[in-house]
Design a protein around this ligand. Structure first.
Ligand SMILES: *Cc1c(COP(=O)(O)O)cnc(C)c1O
Length: 222
């Protein structure tokens, strides 16, 4: 079942776009089912769950952290994350830099842009993100790999397109204005309900949970 859903998404997804299978709230058996179908890239959004799965599941899995990260939880996430997609504040970025310095590691990150209109949505505004790019040299233990964004939870396709276009515009602007950020190549947009639109809008990474693993038990907790 999981394998078939994966396969049908992969058949439609252009080869150049990376699929992060979002396994949050789903048991390890489900992840193994996707793993046995060939999937190696998974995303989680809660530090405790992320660490437990990363330690116990096969070591060739590429783990992406995609949720809000509190600075006192870095040690659960940074040792295992191939990419932290959800840098949503300067405070968090500063903490990641100090963790990297202390642990002699460099951490690959995406900067999360706030897109939706809802007040609760996380992420930084355009000016904050541009300022971080100007200051990138002060983060020697952080590798800036691109932008992440979540569109509004709406059926209004035009609005979703506008939001994705907004982040793509910023993404291209940064790539143009900051050529020193050589790894700034990823645009992570698109979830189960809007990934086809995201691909049309230039996604290089899509993050898909429900369409692969089915509904989560505790959607309200998200
Ligand atoms: C849960 C989550 C997803 C996946 O959402 P689905 O609608 O289940 O595909 C993608 N991105 C982030 C940041 C998430 O928290």
């Amino acid at each position: 079942m999981i394998g078939e859903k994966l396969k049908s998404i992969l058949e439609e997804l252009p080869h150049s776009v990376k699929l992060v299978a979002v396994s949050k709230f789903h048991p390890m058996e489900d992840i193994l089912e996707a793993y046995n179908a060939g999937q190696r890239r998974f995303g989680e959004n809660r530090p405790q769950e992320f660490a437990a799965k990363a330690v116990q599941l096969p070591q060739d899995i590429e783990w992406h952290f995609i949720g809000h990260l509190q600075t006192n939880k870095l040690k659960l996430v940074l040792p295992y994350a191939s990419l932290v997609q959800s840098i949503d504040s300067l405070h968090l970025l500063d903490a990641v830099e100090s963790w990297g310095e202390r642990n002699e590691r460099s951490v690959r990150v995406l900067l999360e842009q706030h897109l939706g209109s809802e007040q609760t949505k996380s992420g930084m505004d355009e000016e904050e993100i541009l300022q971080i790019c100007r200051d990138a040299a002060s983060y020697p233990h952080v590798r800036f790999c691109g932008l992440m964004g979540m569109a509004s939870n709406t059926d209004d396709e035009q609005q979703i397109r506008e939001e994705f276009s907004r982040i793509r515009t910023l993404f291209r602007r940064i790539a143009g204005e900051f050529p020193q950020l050589e790894e700034f190549t990823e645009l992570s947009i698109g979830m189960s309900g809007d990934w086809r639109i995201a691909v049309e809008c230039g996604a290089t990474i899509v993050r898909i949970g429900t369409a692969i693993f089915g509904y989560r038990d505790y959607p309200n907790a998200l």
